[in-house]
Write a protein that binds this ligand. Structure first.
Ligand code: GDP
Ligand code: MG
Length: 767
């Protein structure tokens, strides 16, 4: 068999490359609105309808041009120039024709077969607009096919055209035929031909543009351009050849290409377009941008966690207990207010898992199973697993809401807003994209930092990504905040949860700035990202996101979390000299004089416990305080383990220390009552788990993505940050006046860095 043909998809971010790639190759890779999310190279195989032709397809990263300002641009350029695909499919967002064709004018200059796919034709048609494809084809000199990647319309025609094109070579052509620099470009092109370089036209134009890569590779030809510059001066752009070329491209596009689009004059949607601009005026407003982002975050958390939805209860609306005594009691509302959708879903899961647990327990007892067997299954395996599973609805809901923000194009705006704010501190908007992705999972977020050009910025970003609390940390947050609400007798779980998320973000930004000012200094590259147009998120791609997440979670629950819970069960059920600690779950009594407090787990816990004293969950706690230490350690394997461990131990501890049981959040609440930990200590415990070394998978990814030798510093960084921040939370929360001590320390550190940098810069100037 011949070698497979290879086609490359090139286009602007959000033009629908990934959607097209998925439709063509049938894979369900990540479909999102992050410009740059496809910076990993992805390949798949397209099979034509009759299965006669097979083509390998590579999805290039989204780019606006082929100049070498970003890694995506360099990757795309090099793939086309060096790997010479048999055809390039330039995917163009037809609702944004002029902007997208800018890249097309550059692709045309390469000696590679090219087909233009006019995507999003469904939207164009919906708006009643018309595109004269024949005319566009004539002007461009390459085939143009109207498609809808989303609705999978006309894809076979596109591939047929591409296959046809790939059979004959194509010579590059340019729209700069009649520009100010035509002669120079011609001369340089001839020189490139003399050197027998492939793609002479493309290289010539880039060299004239003073492109970094070309000037480095062909210093001899730079002289030609420099000589010409001496005789040249344009009124508008002087001798900035790059600007002259860009200007010529845009002028050509608006003169010859853009008129192919006939807008429907009476169309509502054309007015809507300017409406979207108006929306951006507000959402990306200098002063309103960040407050709006926080309000949106609050709404998300309110929908997911509130037990007093819309604060109706707090406003005095009486809710009586209509379902008292039935299984529905407390499901939809309590006396305090209506449950949010996230809480209702969680209640349903808890009802279901409790029922299963009871059923299995009774079954085992009826089958005369040994006491230890019942304990292993019910307390160990099921107790741990179920306490984690009960958070799945809220994790998925939160993830869904974040995906909607991402897919609609709003998150790109957030990066833009944050860029404006933090650029002066050495942090660019580009770095915020992977960070925000960290809300889902640190692993893909860390991989996504490959879009960052500056190596130091990349290292620093990878380090702070885990501070953006991921789905796996959610159980810790929810379980603890729920308990805090009961403990204090007031407060809202959603507000505390949001507060912890914001704390993570603030710590991330502050430590990122600190690193960029000290050990990880570097240039901030310009943030050239055009904001994608707003899109209605597509149900299908949302469901793909969600399904991926659920699959991942279930796999984790039944592998690493299951294994950890079994190990923890063994460690809690045996003493160091291997006596079984027998516990009867039904009567809730220990049948041996030994209790869990004598277990191996307890002994290990008690050894490490003093380490956490400055954080409020160490030696100051009463009996069983070691459970917090153990939880923090098991969390290093997978963050879900923290609550799984609590789930296993709480019932046992609860029977030893008389505790009033509170429905729903009983694990953590029991531990709080048993150990006498204070609220600040619980918050410090959350903060520590959120900020410290992330799970195994994230550490492994960091190791793979970081330069050799930086991992140990990264781990040290996580330990120090989590330790310092948690002790700050604990001490200030317990003795408010320590606030002043911390403030003085922070100011001194800040001043120290400021003056050190000044001194260093001065020395550099002199030296
Ligand atoms: P990429 O950044 O180029 O990979 O773009 P994506 O494939 O992630 O698509 C960006 C957005 O455009 C997503 O919300 C898609 O659902 C949407 N989209 C892609 N193709 C079409 C299409 O043909 N019609 C419509 N209406 N939307 C599309
Ligand atoms: Mg993509």
């Amino acid at each position: 068999m011949d070698k497979l043909k290879r086609f490359a998809l090139a286009g602007n971010p959000n033009s629908g490359k990934t959607t097209l790639f998925n439709s063509l190759t049938g894979s369900t890779a990540h479909v999102g609105n992050w410009p740059g999310v496809t910076v990993e190279k992805r390949e798949g195989v397209y099979k034509s309808k009759n299965k006669e032709e097979q083509v390998s397809i590579v999805d290039l990263p989204g780019i606006y041009s082929l100049s070498p300002y970003t890694p995506e641009e360099v990757i795309s350029r090099n793939v086309i120039l060096n790997e010479k695909p048999d055809c390039v499919i330039n995917i163009v967002d037809a609702t944004n024709l002029e902007r997208n064709l800018y890249l097309t004018t550059q692709l045309l200059e390469m000696d590679v077969p090219l087909v233009v796919a006019l995507n999003m034709m469904d939207e164009v048609k919906k708006n009643g607009d018309k595109i004269d494809v024949k005319q566009l084809e004539k002007n461009l000199g390459v085939p143009v096919v109207e498609i809808s990647a989303l609705k999978e319309e006309n894809l076979d025609t596109l591939m047929e055209k591409a296959l046809d094109c790939s059979k004959k070579p194509r010579k590059g052509s340019t729209v700069l035929e009649n520009s100010l620099l035509t002669h120079l470009i011609k001369d340089v092109e001839i020189a490139f031909r003399g050197k027998e370089v492939d793609n002479p036209l493309f290289h010539a134009i880039k060299l004239v543009e003073n492109d970094e890569i070309e000037t480095k590779d062909h210093p001899d030809l730079v002289k030609m351009v420099e000589a010409y510059k001496k005789t040249f001066n344009d009124d508008t752009f002087g001798t900035d050849f790059e600007a002259i070329v860009a200007d010529a491209r845009y002028k050509y596009i608006s003169k010859y290409y853009a008129p192919v689009l006939k807008r429907n004059v009476q169309n509502e949607n054309n007015k809507k377009l300017s409406f979207s601009d108006k929306v951006d005026k507000v959402l990306t407003n200098k002063w309103l941008g960040i407050p709006i982002f926080i309000v949106i975050l609050f709404l998300i958390f309110h929908i997911t966690f509130a037990e007093d939805f819309l604060y109706l209860g707090a406003m005095g609306v009486p809710f009586n207990n209509n379902f008292a005594g039935t299984p529905f009691e407390g499901l939809f509302w309590t006396e305090g207010g209506i449950n949010s959708i996230g809480v209702i879903l969680q209640n349903l899961v808890v009802m279901f898992t409790d029922w299963i647990n009871g059923l299995i327990g009774e079954g085992l007892v009826a089958a005369n199973a040994e006491n230890w067997g019942v304990s292993l299954v019910c307390d160990g395996i099921l107790g741990g697993l179920f306490s984690v599973l009960s958070f799945v609805p809220q994790i998925l809901l939160l993830f869904l809401l974040f995906s909607i923000l991402e897919d609609s194009g709003y998150m790109a705006r957030v990066a833009f807003i944050l860029d404006r704010l933090f650029r002066r501190f050495g942090v660019s908007g580009r770095a915020f994209m992977p960070m925000i992705m960290g809300f889902g999972c640190s692993v893909p977020a860390m991989i996504n930092t490959r879009t960052l050009a500056d190596e130091n910025e990349r290292i620093a970003t990878i380090r702070v990504i885990p501070f953006f609390s991921c789905g796996a940390k959610l159980p810790i947050l929810t379980a603890c905040t729920g308990a805090i609400v009961i403990l204090l007798g007031f407060g809202n779980a959603d507000l505390i949860t949001l507060g912890m998320y914001l704390l993570g973000m603030v710590v991330a930004i502050v430590s990122l700035i600190l690193m960029r000012q000290t050990t990880m200094r570097g240039e901030v590259p310009p943030f050239i990202m055009e904001l994608p147009t707003y899109h209605m998120p597509q149900f299908k791609s949302l469901m793909i996101h969600l399904w991926d997440k659920l699959k991942h979670f279930i796999k984790k629950a039944f592998t690493i979390i299951l294994l950890s819970t079994i190990i923890v069960w063994f460690l809690q059920s045996f003493t160091p000299d291997w006596h079984y600690i027998e516990y009867d779950a039904e009567t809730m009594e220990f049948l041996t004089p030994l209790t869990t407090n004598d277990s191996i787990l307890a002994n290990i816990g008690k050894i490490i416990q003093p380490l956490f004293t400055p954080l409020g969950f160490g030696s100051q706690l009463a009996n069983f305080g070691w459970v917090f230490a153990v939880g923090a350690i098991t969390g290093l394997i997978a963050k879900e383990n923290v609550i799984a461990t609590f789930g296993m131990l709480a019932a046992v501890v609860g029977s030893l220390v008389s505790v009033s049981d509170a429905e729903g959040v009983s694990e953590v609440y029991t531990m709080i009552q048993a150990t006498g930990i204070n609220t600040a200590g619980v918050i410090a415990f959350i903060a520590f788990n959120m900020l410290t070394i992330p799970c195994f998978a994230a550490v492994a990814t960091a190791k793979a993505e970081l330069k050799k030798g930086t991992l140990k510093w990264t781990i040290l960084f996580w330990l120090v940050v989590s330790y310092v921040v948690s002790s700050m939370v604990y001490t200030i929360g317990t003795w408010w006046w320590t606030l002043f001590i911390w403030a003085v320390v922070i100011v001194l550190v800040g001043l120290g860095i400021y003056f050190f940098n000044k001194y260093r810069d001065q020395k550099k100037l002199i030296g």
